[in-house]
Design a protein. Sequence first.
Length: 133
Amino acid sequence: MPLAWIVDDDDEMIHAVRLMLQMLSFKVEAYRDARSAARRLLAGSRPDVMVLDINMPEVSGIDMLEFLRMREELRGLPVVMLSSETTDIQVDQAMALGASGFVFKPVTIEELESALRKALKRTAPPPRPVQGS
């Protein structure tokens, strides 16, 4: 069962996304701020995918994504950005930093599932070439 992390400062959104992820057969860990999630990552914990709110106090989702992409061991972590109030500039910035996908609040289970499938597929290593005989 793959592990998904939710990083969001809104308890109601954490609850809703957690339920959706569990319905999609993910184990779930939730963090109310980016710093808590970053500490767990630096301690060696790794999710299979992260659902990251873009608008959070102190450390934004964009800042967290930038942190992930700057660290070699975290660079390939699939991250689906989540937000209710997002500008085109924020979407462009997140995608330029290597976000695996973007979903908007209120998110449906179908939208979340589609974004997660694409994120997990996109970060899979390319198939190895078959060696000729």
